[in-house]
Design a protein around this ligand. Structure first.
Ligand code: SF4
Length: 355
C-alpha cells in the first residue's frame, strides 16, 4: 500500500494495519487474498448488500446460495423476484432484497451486465448508497474511496478518540478514515480495517494487547476504549401491536403474498390485520368464525418500533377463501415458503404448541 502522501501518525496507522492484514486477512467466499487480483464486482456488490446490518457469520451461507444459484448479475436479473425474496428469507431488512433485484435488472438491461467502475457512477444504481458505492469502488475496482462501515467507525473513533457523539460524529470519523486511507490498495485497506474492527477492536473487551495500532491509539492511551464511538442516548422505541391469522385445512396453511410496496413487501406471510399500514393492527379476522387467540407469541424489533404479535387460530375443514393473494401451503414443507423471520417465528411457535 502506498502511504507516502499521509501525515506521520496516519502513515504509521495505515502501514501497521496493512502489514497486519497480509498475515491475518479473514478468508471469505467473496474476497481475494491481500494484494491478489481484484474480486468479481458482482460478488463484492452481493456481499456488501447482504452485510448491511448483518454479521459475516449470517451472510456466508446466503452468499454461497445466491452465487451458486445465480452465478452472474444477468442470471439474477432473469430470476423471478419472488424466488429472490424467498431465498433472502431470514436475512432481514427485506427492502435490500427488492433493491438487489431491481439493481440486477438495471445493470443487466441498461448497462449490458457490467457494473460501473467509479464510486460516483455506482452511487447512481438503484439501492446502492454511499457506503456500498465506496466499498465496491475500492474493493472491486481499486479506486481510492473512503469506506466506513460499523466496524471501521468503531476502530477509527477509538484511534482518534473522537468525542462527538454519533450520528454527528460520523463526519469526523469519515475525515479521519480519509486521512489514513492509502492512495493505492484502498480496497485491501478497507477490508483490513473491517477485519480489525470485527476481530480485535470489538465493541466489548477489545483485544488491545494484540492490536497492531495500539501505540497509535488515542483511546488506548487514555485507557477508555469502550467509550468510543460515543453514542447519543437512545430514545425508547414505540411498541405496536398486531395479530396474525393461522388458517389451517387438511394439513395446509393459508399464506398470503404481501402487497408489493411497504413493509416486507412482496414476501409471503401469514394473513394479518394490516398492522404495517397503521400504528396497531385492527385485529379483525379475514373470515367470520370461532377464533382462538394466543397472547403475545412473537416480539420483533424493527428499526423504528417494536412489534408485539398475537396469533388467532382457525381450523375448519370446510372453510373456503378465494382472495387473489391466498396460497395454500403444505405444512410439512413450510420451511421452503421463504417466510420472513417475523412470520417464521409465529409458525415455529404454533407447530411447537401442537407437539
Ligand atoms: Fe481498538 Fe484497542 Fe487497537 Fe485501540 S488499541 S484500535 S481500542 S483494539
Amino acid at each position: 500500500m502506498a502511504v507516502d502522501s499521509l501525515p506521520a501518525k496516519a502513515r504509521k496507522i495505515s502501514a501497521n494495519i496493512g502489514a497486519h492484514y497480509v498475515d491475518n486477512a479473514r478468508i471469505l467466499p467473496w474476497r481475494s487474498p491481500p494484494g491478489g487480483v481484484l474480486p468479481d464486482p458482482y460478488h463484492v456488490w452481493l456481499s456488501e448488500v447482504m452485510l448491511q446490518q448483518t454479521t459475516v457469520g449470517a451472510v456466508k451461507s446466503y452468499f454461497e446460495t445466491f452465487s451458486r444459484r445465480w452465478p452472474t448479475v444477468r442470471d439474477l436479473a432473469r430470476a423471478e423476484e419472488a424466488d429472490v425474496l424467498a431465498a433472502w428469507a431470514g436475512l432481514g431488512y427485506y427492502a435490500r432484497a427488492r433493491n438487489l433485484y431491481k439493481c440486477a435488472v438495471h445493470v443487466t438491461e441498461k448497462l449490458d451486465g457490467i457494473f460501473p467502475q467509479t464510486e460516483s457512477e455506482l452511487l447512481q444504481l438503484p439501492g446502492v448508497g454511499a457506503y456500498t458505492a465506496a466499498a465496491i469502488a475500492a474493493i472491486a475496482f481499486g479506486e481510492r474511496a473512503v469506506v466506513v462501515d460499523a466496524n471501521i467507525e468503531r476502530l477509527v473513533a477509538r484511534l482518534f478518540a473522537i468525542d462527538t457523539p454519533l450520528p454527528k460524529g460520523k463526519v469526523e470519523i469519515r475525515t479521519a478514515m480519509d486521512a489514513i486511507t492509502p492512495d493505492r490498495g484502498a480496497g485491501d485497506f478497507a477490508q483490513a480495517c473491517m477485519d480489525l474492527g470485527a476481530t480485535i477492536c470489538t465493541s466489548r473487551n477489545p483485544k488491545c494487547e494484540i492490536c497492531p495500532v495500539r501505540k497509535q491509539c488515542a483511546a488506548f492511551a487514555i485507557g477508555n476504549m469502550e467509550r468510543y464511538p460515543v453514542k447519543s442516548p437512545k430514545k425508547p422505541k414505540p411498541v405496536r401491536r398486531a395479530r396474525f391469522f393461522w388458517i389451517e385445512q387438511q394439513d395446509q396453511i393459508l399464506l398470503a403474498t404481501r402487497p408489493p410496496k411497504g413493509m416486507l413487501g412482496g414476501m409471503r406471510g401469514l394473513p394479518d390485520d394490516d398492522w404495517a399500514a397503521g400504528n396497531d393492527g385492527h385485529a379483525t379476522p379475514p373470515i367470520a368464525g370461532e377464533w382462538r387467540v394466543h397472547d403475545n407469541i412473537v416480539q420483533h424489533s424493527f428499526t423504528h418500533f417494536s412489534l408485539e404479535v398475537d396469533l388467532a387460530v382457525y381450523q375448519d375443514a370446510k372453510m373456503v377463501t378465494n382472495r387473489d393473494e391466498d396460497i395454500w401451503w403444505p405444512l410439512d414443507n413450510i420451511a421452503d415458503a421463504g417466510l420472513p423471520t417475523l412470520f417464521a417465528k409465529a409458525v415455529k411457535w404454533k407447530l411447537k404448541e401442537e407437539k
